[in-house]
Design a protein around this ligand. Structure first.
Ligand code: ZN
Length: 161
């Protein structure tokens, strides 16, 4: 049986500052939200109205970050984002506000069986938030995580925790 080939068209806008990152643009109209270039951090308000795409540079900068959370002798590293270099709120956000199911992609629920709590925030203790360059970030996307390299780019010393 011959298979029908489906051709899918995708639309992008390149970052106005660095041109490296491409923002995916939906086919249908959408309202403005802030998007950040993962290469240079430039922030843009992008929206589509009556088929025309608009992009406006904002004063905000956003960078991908790695957030280090600790539970006993385990350190969980999760992806975060830092807006305008502000990491001051991360400790309270990760220790008190963020639902732990957010950390685990396949998690449906986290249950504290001792306290019979189906929403136990603050399981992991926030250690630090680190903003990395795209090059340093690649260390975490490698097939095997090199702990010495992680310590080098983050300034953390796991032996001292
Ligand atoms: Zn950029």
């Amino acid at each position: 049986m011959e298979a029908a080939v489906i051709v899918e068209e995708r639309n992008f806008i390149a970052c106005l500052e660095c041109g490296k990152h491409r923002f995916s643009i939906p086919v249908l109209d959408f309202k403005s939200t802030i998007h950040f270039c993962i290469e240079c951090g430039s922030g843009y308000a992008i929206h589509r109205e009556c088929g025309v795409v608009w992009i406006d540079k904002t004063e905000q900068f956003g960078h991908r970050s790695l957030v280090f959370l600790k539970y006993e002798n385990m350190v969980l590293v999760v992806e975060g984002s830092v807006i305008n270099g502000n990491v001051d709120d991360d400790e309270a956000f990760y220790n008190l506000q963020l639902c732990p199911t957010t950390y685990f992609k396949a998690a449906i629920a986290v249950i504290d069986v001792q306290d019979r709590d189906a929403d136990p925030h603050g399981i992991f203790e926030h250690i630090t938030t680190v903003v990395l360059t795209p090059e340093d970030y690649a260390i975490f996307e490698a097939e095997e995580l090199d702990i010495e390299q992680v310590e080098k780019v983050t300034g953390l010393q796991f032996d001292e925790m």
